[in-house]
Design a protein around this ligand. Structure first.
Ligand code: GUN
Length: 294
């Protein structure tokens, strides 16, 4: 039986370190501030935005939630971004995605001051990360890396196979694991929907990071014994046996794969809690940098 890597446990240890840094900032007169902009009423986005605000409050950070109606114009959203860029009480902010289809997401992301881009979605921050000089790391891949490091997984020289090539997880994960240094120094392969004979490659993984957005995609026959498996997927599937009629599963067929893995993350309870945790870490880091440059 494999060892579980739990996001709750890993995030709690990071939160206790963040609390110390937040107190240090406050004693110097700076309260780290995060703003989250939500356009419209997408139910999943509403939940995420509420969770981000709640976590800020728990940590004693300054939190602003800006809710704008579904029919907000692109110009009005860009005006709000510009206001937040100038607001010295806000050290980091993000515009929750997806945006309504009449708004160009790229234009909005490009308008965010890279120094406040705690999502690490701005091309300047993506480029800095790629060359190994990051100001921020994107929250979900950074959370995955922390789970590996803090559960004692040696990544140096190991074959990391990333399944999925999204801009939010797969591509930045690849860029982070190939860098020089602790928690990285890996040999990285990225596989995706167009890869030929994908199982022959996933079977070579020492560490398998899966973010392809397909329920139970990775099965036991696709991994080698002793592999470390990080499942970034969250898929809601039908489950007649549950009261709601649905359940959350990852991109990994957990019951089969756990018998071969040395360590594995469950869904839910695995990577999930790490994303908000790393967003908070980025906000604290942004406040520390702003405090130094004052
Ligand atoms: N929508 C789903 N996840 C995210 C995220 O990490 N950041 C933003 N801005 N929108 C999201």
């Amino acid at each position: 039986m494999s060892e579980l890597i739990l996001g709750k446990t890993v995030s709690e240890s990071i939160y206790s370190e963040l609390r110390v840094r937040i107190e240090a900032l406050k004693s110097k007169g700076t309260t780290p501030g995060l703003a989250v902009v939500l356009v419209g009423t997408d139910p999943a986005s509403e939940v995420y935005v509420r969770m981000k605000g709640k976590k800020c409050e728990e940590l004693g950070m300054h939190s602003v939630t800006v809710v704008m109606p579904e029919n907000t114009s692109e110009a009005d959203l860009l005006k709000k971004v510009s206001e937040l860029n100038k607001d010295s009480s806000i050290h980091g902010f993000l515009v929750q995605l997806p945006l309504p289809s009449h708004i160009d997401e790229k234009k909005v992301i490009n308008a965010i001051d890279p120094k406040k881009d705690v999502d690490c979605f701005h091309p300047v921050n993506v480029g800095k990360m790629l060359i190994g000089e990051p100001d921020f790391l994107p929250a979900t891949p950074a959370g995955v890396q922390q789970m590996l490091v803090r559960s004692g997984v040696d990544t140096k020289g190991k074959h990391v196979v990333v399944v999925g090539r999204s801009n939010i997880v797969g591509k930045p994960m690849m860029a982070m694991m190939v860098q020089k240094g602790d928690g990285a120094d890996s040999t990285v392969t990225v596989v995706h929907s167009r890869t030929k004979d994908l199982p022959s490659i996933t079977r070579q993984a020492d560490i398998l990071i899966v973010a392809i957005g397909k329920a139970n995609f990775i099965t036991a026959d696709m991994v080698k014994k002793g592999v470390v498996v990080i499942d970034v997927g969250t898929n809601r599937i039908e489950d007649p046996s549950s009261p709601k009629g649905t359940k959350l599963v990852g991109d990994v067929e957990f019951e089969g794969v756990k018998n071969k893995a040395s360590k594995i993350t469950p869904v839910p309870g695995g990577v999930g809690p790490m994303t908000i945790c790393m967003l908070m870490a980025n906000t604290v880091a942004a406040a520390e940098k702003a405090n130094v440059s004052r």
